[in-house]
Write a protein that binds this ligand. Structure first.
Ligand code: ZN
Ligand code: ZN
Length: 366
């Protein structure tokens, strides 16, 4: 796939407008996905300073080649010390010509120790907690991001088809996970977007049941939740299949979750709050007497990170806008017995939404 080139300048300018509204002269960005979003750097140590007039990326010497190959629309400053220390010294040296006084930083992504050190090194600046401005911008995906997300979703879905061939009684959960992950790598995935969940039998009642050495029993649910990273973007899907012939209660549980997932997807459209989407799913499960077994939120944003804003959670007031990509993943988990979750990725469109995950939600029997 050839991806649309990223317009970093547009993203930086969008953030400059947001900085103005927050009455900040500059933003010191320490969260790596935010740095990647604004200047392209994919390495694991760096800091980006964005002001109204400039964009400067700081990194240590280990990332020289990395930074030179990747960083766009930003100056690169390197030295043999931690990036935050380089940034501090550079700011002090350039304060007069920069005309920067109030610097925002993201307290969610800066340790207390770093914050103290920074304040000590920058006595003539005002350091301020900044709202999550980059995260807010990242919620709405552009054309290139959608290309990458669609490619990741399609790859993930193809892995599920492959995994189906390995799920049978006696096979260890780990083996199913390994076959998914091996196929992902061969197909060009950069990594899995999180630790693959294969949870069979009573383990399906664990919402985060990472694949274990447990063998798949002769009958019962197998919950499969996994995703890949392609061109930096994450996919995330869950399907729950049944080994053997499902009993009536097993079918009823599956159908309730399927109905809840469908209701939440129906609720996704611009102008609707995320809390309303969550409620659509929760109402269905409550009506089926399963409300207390739905123990997590309905979904989350996904993009450069597997979990990113917005949260699709009870009471969430944030409003859906076109271009957001969220997961819809209600579940019901009866402790010690079994559990079901169904998860798709969904794009908010101008009028409603588009389900990106192409895989059927009918109960699959293996
Ligand atoms: Zn998932
Ligand atoms: Zn998810």
């Amino acid at each position: 796939v050839k991806f649309i080139p990223v317009d970093f300048r547009r993203r930086q300018n969008q953030l400059r407008t947001a900085l103005n509204h927050s009455r900040l002269d500059a933003l010191l960005i320490t969260h790596l996905p935010n740095i990647r979003y604004l200047c392209g750097f994919t390495g694991s140590a760096g800091v980006l300073l964005l002001s109204q007039t400039t964009s400067v990326f700081f990194t240590d010497g280990r990332y020289r080649e990395h930074a030179q190959a990747e960083v766009l629309d930003s100056r690169v400053v390197m030295a043999r010390k931690p990036a935050l220390a380089i940034a501090g010294e550079w700011l002090t040296r350039n304060q007069s010509k920069l005309k920067v006084r109030r610097i925002g930083f993201d307290s969610e992504h800066m340790s207390v120790a770093d914050r103290k050190r920074l304040a000590m090194n920058l006595p003539s600046f005002q350091l301020r907690d900044a709202p999550p401005l980059v995260e807010q911008a990242r919620q709405v995906k552009d054309g290139g991001e959608m290309q990458a997300l669609r490619a990741a979703v399609d790859l993930g879905a193809s892995l599920f088809q492959q995994a189906l061939g390995t799920i049978r009684p006696g096979v260890k959960e780990n083996e199913v996970a390994a076959s998914i992950e091996f196929a992902a790598r061969k197909a060009g995935a950069e990594a899995m977007s999180f630790e693959t969940i294969i949870a069979s039998g009573p383990r399906s009642a664990l919402p985060h049941g990472r694949a274990s050495r447990a063998a798949i029993p002769t009958r019962g649910f197998v919950l499969c939740d996994f995703g890949v990273i392609l061109a930096g973007y994450c996919s995330d899907m869950t399907r729950t299949v049944y080994v053997g012939h499902p009993t009536a209660p097993a079918r009823a549980l599956y159908e309730a979750v399927e109905e809840a997932q469908h209701a939440a997807i129906q609720a996704v459209q611009p102008g609707v709050s995320l809390g309303e989407v969550d409620r659509a799913a929760r109402n269905i499960l409550q009506r089926r007497g399963l409300g207390r077994y739905f123990t997590h939120s309905t979904g989350h944003g996904v993009g450069l990170e597997i979990h990113e804003p917005p949260r699709v959670a009870a009471g969430a007031k944030e409003i859906l806008v076109p271009g957001m990509v969220i997961t819809i993943e209600p579940g019901a988990y009866i402790p010690g017995k079994w559990g079901v979750r169904i998860e798709d990725m969904v794009l908010v469109t101008e009028r409603a939404c588009e389900v990106l995950t192409p895989t059927t939600k009918a109960l699959i029997l293996v």
